[in-house]
Design a protein around this ligand. Structure first.
Ligand code: GAL
Length: 691
């Protein structure tokens, strides 16, 4: 791995520091058109492409029949790409398997929840991850690919499989082998003690006691812990499968390995998979329709990549897939207007991506993704607006090479834990209250809008170093979290926990002793009742300290809590809830634990967040940002970069205080203010320490 004292982090790939620009390249679909394959590397150079992810779905082209390997086409592709200066993230091709394998060994395919096997050819991710045949065959292919190309000069690293979990029901399989594996996993989790499982899962409910391990099978919705643990087990299978693929390539290559995370991040526990990876990567497809929803899309993806980066806080990651124009599955087939692709891409680099990659370089002429916007559309002429925008971005990314390896500072953390998301999903109550991801996004948004660096972290991460920690909707308490929250508070952090948190333990039993369980002491209160408000209802508050907005009201829910050592800062006024605490604080060492005992409107939550950030002395990348302008900061030891994005139709002027600013791509000196046009983006840098 390359290191350099001028950079905060090692590069994400070996070789000179640079931002990657490229994407999925599927030459196996064009083997009948050699002239197309010859043109690709030439056009890649013109587009400023320096990376290609190759072979992701190429198992059938690499092993057309059992044990007959055809390397010649891939040899030529690798050589050509290298000659054009394009590095390769070589894929392990497990995301789509050859038909011969499925026909010869039906066990490699998934079985649906109702016990029906999914026929070959139906679905891309139609594999049973516990199938020994699948594992043996993919290990063999992975090993052979690694052996053949480990020393190839084009090789940058490994793209393991593709979007694990990305299919119906999270790509879970319910075959007899998976169910047996689940029971074995449960035996380990409960130390071979069925009585302990019965107690932890509260199976006395409606006579659900298990008399033998064999009676356990997922599906009974009345035992919520059953389904939560099934989800954990199947998530563990993803991590184990991914780890096995990495082990196979590791027999010949030590180059970095990643797998591309995607979508809503609840398919599996990404923290578990992340533990095996050298580099986090994510596929991001915001839908920009030119309307009021655009900002929500831009923010949703900002939250998601802050969560991906949260598995390796501070470090660069990689935007593995994005679309330079229009994914064919977007609801509205609206083209990205000029500049939108550049702005969204630079926003991702601002969030820590050391590159911008696409799905895909060249669209195929057939198959269900033939109309998915690629850099090149099939074999049509390349002289297009999209190609020109991509090439211009490639040029700009090359000029922003100093950004590569820079840190992504974050003094604030917002928690989101997939186990709480799953638990709320199985929980039969609280259905119409917001789920953890939505709550986490709601608290992340004001920090993001204010230009404050924030990590979205799960309930297992160290919280050391954060000055502000927001814990929204953490329904299920992960083991050790309470201690970590207390340690962070003792060290000086401001910690805000809301009343949708700390309801159940790791097996979905209500926390012992009543809510908020082990947080009662640290928060200095206990909860008695929880009330959901109608959507047209709200409750007035007394907010003498001005913690909330100018006209604050409680909305959604109120948790009736008894103070027991905390101070009450905001109270409900009038009606049934008159006098009940809304916001409390208990000093804890150098910091404090805050409890939000009621739902807030977005503007109240934003006001409280910004106030807490000020108390925590968390600094934004730039103070006083105009509304709608996004600012993300990255840092090298001797300078900081601020990525400024204006994802809207009105120009905006940004103040740049402190002096020493320049344009990071051109080096031109910039004064104390900068105007950004509609959908404009600029990367500015400031020397550190300041002159
Ligand atoms: C991704 C997937 C790609 C391609 C793309 C289309 O989720 O990894 O292979 O299908 O979506 O948007």
């Amino acid at each position: 791995m390359n290191t350099d004292p001028q950079r905060s982090h090692p590069g994400i790939i070996p070789g000179p520091y640079r931002l990657l620009h490229g994407g999925d390249y599927n030459p196996e679909q064009w083997l009948h058109r050699p002239e197309v394959l010859e043109a690709d590397p030439v056009l890649m150079r013109q587009a400023g492409v320096n990376q290609a992810s190759v072979g992701i779905f190429a198992w059938a082209a690499l092993e057309p029949e059992r044990d007959r390997f055809t390397w010649d086409w891939l040899d030529r592709v690798m050589d050509r790409l290298h000659a054009a200066g394009v590095g390769v993230l070589l894929a392990t091709p497990s995301a789509a398997r050859p038909r011969w394998l499925a026909e010869a060994h039906p066990e490699v395919m998934r079985t649906r929840r109702d016990g029906r096997p999914i026929p070959p050819g139906e679905m891309r991710h139609n594999h049973c991850l516990s199938s020994p045949v699948l594992r043996e065959r993919i290990a063999l292919v992975d090993c052979k690919i690694a052996e053949r190309y480990a020393g190839h000069p084009a090789l940058l690293g490994w793209h393991i499989s593709n979007e694990f979990g990305g299919d119906e029901d999270g790509a879970r399989c319910y075959c007899a082998r998976c169910l047996a594996g689940f029971r074995d996993w449960l035996r380990v989790r409960y130390h071979d003690d069925l009585g302990a499982l019965n107690l932890a899962w509260w199976t006395g409910f409606w006579s659900h006691q298990y008399g033998s391990w064999d009676q356990i099978r997922p599906g009974d919705a009345s035992i919520e812990a059953l389904n939560l643990n099934w989800q954990r087990y199947t998530s563990g299978l993803v991590a184990d499968f991914c780890a096995a693929e990495i082990a196979a390539v590791r027999r010949h290559s030590a180059l970095p390995a990643t797998t591309n995370f995607h979508g809503n991040l609840a398919h599996y526990d990404h923290g578990e998979v992340a533990a095996h990876l050298d580099l986090m990567s994510y596929d991001s497809y915001p839908s920009i329709e030119g309307g009021p929803g655009d900002m929500g899309q831009v923010h949703w993806h900002a939250w998601a990549v802050d969560a991906v980066r949260g598995h390796a806080p501070g470090r660069p990651w990689l935007l593995m897939e994005s679309c330079p124009s229009l994914p064919q599955w977007h609801r509205t087939q609206r083209l990205k207007r000029p500049g939108v692709h550049r702005a969204l891409s630079l926003a991702m680099v601002g969030h820590g991506s050391d590159g911008v990659c696409y799905f895909q370089w060249r669209a195929g002429r057939g198959g269900m993704e033939k109309l998915h916007g690629a850099v090149l559309m099939q074999d049509a002429p390349h002289d297009t607006r999209v190609f020109r925008e991509v090439a211009a971005l490639g040029d700009e990314l090359a000029r922003l090479g100093a950004v590569a390896g820079s840190a992504v500072p974050a003094e604030a953390a917002v928690l989101w834990d997939v186990h709480s998301e799953w638990a709320r999903g199985w929980n039969s109550g609280l259905r119409s209250l917001p789920f953890p991801a939505e709550l986490s996004q709601g608290w992340h948004r004001p920090l993001w809008q204010a230009g404050i660096g924030v990590d979205v972290v799960d309930g297992t991460r160290s919280l050391a170093g954060y000055r502000l920690v927001i814990v929204p909707g953490l329904f299920l308490l992960r083991p050790g979290l309470v201690e970590r929250l207390q340690q962070a508070a003792a060290a000086g952090a401001q910690i805000l926990i809301d009343g949708l948190s700390a309801w159940v333990d790791d097996d979905m039993a209500c926390v012992a002793g009543g809510r908020p369980g082990p947080l009662a002491g640290p928060l200095g209160l206990r909860c008695e009742e929880f009330d959901q408000l109608r959507s047209d209802e709200s409750v007035a508050v007394e907010d003498g300290g001005g913690w909330l907005s100018a006209a604050p009201r409680v909305r959604g829910w109120i948790d009736r809590v008894h103070p027991d050592g905390c101070e009450v800062l905001v109270r409900a006024v009038g009606g049934f809830h008159d006098g009940w605490p809304v916001l409390t604080r208990k000093v804890c060492g150098a910091g404090a634990m805050w409890y939000l005992a009621a739902g807030l409107a977005a503007e109240d939550a934003a006001a409280l967040t910004i106030r807490l950030a000020a108390i925590a002395q968390v600094q934004p990348a730039l103070p006083g940002l105009p509304r709608g302008v996004i600012a993300r900061e990255r840092r090298q030891p001797d300078c900081r970069f601020v990525f400024l994005i204006n994802p809207g139709d009105e120009p905006a002027t940004v103040e740049l205080p402190g002096g020493g600013w320049s344009d990071a791509a051109s080096g031109a000196v910039i004064g104390a203010r900068l105007t950004l046009g509609a959908w404009d983006a600029r990367v500015v840098s400031q020397r550190c320490p300041l002159p």
